[in-house]
Design a protein around this ligand. Sequence first.
Ligand code: SF4
Length: 360
Amino acid sequence: MTCADNRLLTAAEALPPRLRAAITPEERAYIAAIEGRGGLPFAATPYFASLAEPDQADPIRRQFFPDPREELPDPFALEDPLGEARYLAAPRLVHQYRDRALLLAGGRCAGYCRHCFRRVWVGVPRPFVTDAELDPIIAYLAAHREIREVLVSGGDPLTASDGVLERLFRRLREAAVPGGGVPISLRVCTRVPVTDPRRLTGAAIGLFSRYKPLRMAVHINHPRELAPEARRALAACVAAGIPVLVQTVLLQGVNDDAAILADLFRECRGLGLTPYYLFQLDLAPGTAHFRTALKRGLSLHRELRNLLGADCPVYAVDLPGGGGKIRLDENSIAGEGEEPEGPVYYLKGPDGSLWAYPRR
Ligand code: SF4
């Protein structure tokens, strides 16, 4: 797939010279292969690329730079790692948990994370949800008053214009509260504050303020993503009274280090953000080289709890294939065994059922 957004860098030749000069022949060949055959695009904002260092191990570079290891076979890989298709209530609407639903509003992002768990969804061109597509979604929400929060996700919803977002927010709000009552909450799931912070203009923040109760769930993985522009954008959201939750993915070679994670979460707290989840990696295809062993994740989280106390986010995993989100701690592993894909731990789902997750 070629990337339709012309504000993004989408070719090796377009990268800043110091990054371009450090591309290996293997990476160059792999980038060309992606361009030719589709899948998760190679794309980053010029801003995010400017934060990267040329070193292949650089934590920013690793997150957007295609890595030939994405081609290694992974018997555990799932095209739909969270099993969202099982919970589709209407096209683009996932209703897995009683009181909240997830809207896959768009398919574009402000750059593509190589560890993306929705890489199959964002890997094909997909327009923002249309009014006609919203009709059955609104009807479902209106018929299911137990849904008190809609997570607006994708893709990254902040790749849409303020006007498009406002139409969406208005319809979600009106649909769920005919004739008044407690309004449904909105949760905007985004990585834009750290990949394209200039998108958070005063007008965008004003829009969010008009649709409170609204909170943002921002995907941030490394303290270096909190560069001055991102800090300003996030602080402006907080100053406008918009709660900002931080979701971090535990990534081998990027942030699998207690000191780095502690720095990140302390910086977040300093900005008034709430460290919310530290996620064990989902089993999306092409991401196994980012996977941190579960036991190592548990030990890192123990260290973090000692370092951060109440500011430590919950360590969690979405059970592969649709078992739901669970907290991970020393009691989560019910046993271990061998599946056809390889060695696994068995994790207890919310209803006591057992779900396999790879041991490494
Ligand atoms: S911003 Fe989110 S949806 Fe987009 S590529 Fe990154 S992880 Fe995937």
